[in-house]
Design a protein around this ligand. Structure first.
Ligand code: NAP
Ligand code: G4F
Length: 350
């Protein structure tokens, strides 16, 4: 394989961001390689449309089995693929779950990043060309915020095992940049959502439930803290920022956000309102969804990315609500048809 070809390895390609990034890179002529962990069921729904298209293309999307827990496997893949860019999106990414699985979260999200950096470092030493590396850092690292809005210079105060693991991955990327000249950039991304968002994250949980309630498929929605505030953007806009970071001559760290904040309550009100419903008639509080330590407020300051990368979000808060509600309403309609036809589970293969 030629070094001049644009060849990207994306860990976490089956996730929300991985699927949008794969689309984005394929559109720009990249050969895209994705790391997929083995599962007893199919986990590739979000990229199936891309994978189907490859038979009409010149094999630009290739999936490889691997796991962030397996350093030898990662090193072998780097040697085989010889990527020009690596996007590290793989993580145990659910904050609430990280309180139940702190050691697993640390292994995959923190040490997994170290394993990948080690593989890149060894490869670069042996072959002598530089791989550009993107680390998916998180606004969750700001936790109990020490400054509002949060920028690249705001001190970190993580509030969950996930936040702590992400902070390790963030600093080890900076350390490898400073110690070994790795071209590693960290995107400190604030929450970003889409119709492909996992259904246990709050925005998708709300849009999915509201659409089902509208069609009579569900009666109630159980949530935790409605007062938490987040800076929510659209995932499709945010993957462009990841790519822009790796096109810069010098690696650096950037906050990516909309610079607006809204509460979970406000998001719920908008979603139900758009369906002609009043959220307070359907939402009930379930203490199981509260966290041992909460991040109350996130609000980004993305001026650096806007100036240096010429990046800006295109989808507004209302636009995001519309996108997600429309998509989940269509999904609920399909579910309704399947149920009417006697399928007990509604949507077996969504
Ligand atoms: P996501 O939908 O949860 O996707 C996570 C990806 O990581 C999935 O492809 C998952 O594979 C993979 N993965 C998990 N454990 C793995 C392991 N042990 N080995 C290999 N792959 C593994 O997350 P996302 O929303 O796309 O976020 C992408 C990245 O950005 C994550 O690192 C997340 O922590 C970070 N981030 C997200 C946001 C946000 O608001 N979305 C904000 C800041 C940072 P399976 O499909 O097999 O589960
Ligand atoms: O949607 P969430 O689970 O996202 P959270 O915790 O902010 O984490 C997401 O964004 C991070 C970036 O800051 C990423 F790094 C991370 O990977 C993930 O993508 O929860 C948002 C807020 C929280 O304050 C939570 O307590 O919503 C509150 N919430 C209220 N009820 C709920 C629920 N969250 C969930 N998941 N489920 C509820 O029923």
């Amino acid at each position: 394989m030629s070094i001049n070809a644009k060849r990207a390895l994306v860990t976490g390609i089956t996730g929300q961001d991985g699927s949008y990034l794969a689309e984005f890179l394929l559109d720009r002529g990249y050969e895209v390689h994705g790391l997929v962990r083995r599962s007893s069921t199919f986990g590739t729904q979000r990229i199936e449309h891309l994978y189907r298209d490859i038979h009409e293309m010149e094999r630009p999307l290739v999936l490889h089995h691997g796991d962030m827990a397996d350093g030898n496997g990662l090193a072998r893949l780097i040697r085989e693929i010889r990527p020009t860019e690596v996007y590290n999106l793989a993580a145990q990414s659910h904050v609430r779950v990280s309180f139940d699985q702190p050691a697993y979260t640390a292994d995959v999200t923190a040490v997994g990043t170290l394993r990948l950096l080690e593989a890149i470092r060894d490869f670069q030493d042996a072959v002598g060309y530089q791989i550009r590396f993107y680390q998916a850092s998180s606004s969750e690292m700001y936790g109990k915020v020490l400054e509002t809005p949060q920028s690249e210079s705001t001190p970190f105060y993580p509030r969950s095992p996930y936040g702590v693991a992400k902070l390790y991955a963030h600093w080890i990327t900076i350390n490898y940049r400073e110690s070994y000249g790795i071209h590693g950039s960290c995107g400190i991304l604030f929450n970003h959502e889409s119709p492909r968002r996992g259904e246990t994250f709050v925005t998708r949980k709300i849009t999915r439930a509201a659409a089902r309630i509208k069609l009579g498929l569900q009666k109630k929605l159980y949530l935790g803290n409605l007062d938490a505030k987040r800076d929510w953007g659209f995932a499709g806009d945010y993957v462009e920022a990841m790519w822009l970071m790796l096109q810069q001559d010098e690696p650096d760290d950037y906050v990516i956000s909309t610079d607006e904040t809204h509460s979970v309550r406000e998001f719920s009100e908008k979603v139900f309102g758009r369906l002609g419903l009043n959220y307070s008639d359907f939402i009930e509080i379930d203490p199981r969804y509260f966290r041992p330590a909460e991040v109350e407020l996130l609000l980004g300051n993305s001026q650096k990315a806007r100036k240096k990368l010429a990046w800006q979000p295109r989808v507004s808060f209302d636009g995001l609500v519309d996108l997600m509600v429309d998509s989940d309403l269509a999904l609920a309609r399909k579910e309704q048809v399947l149920l009417a036809a006697g399928h007990e589970t509604g949507l077996p293969n969504r």
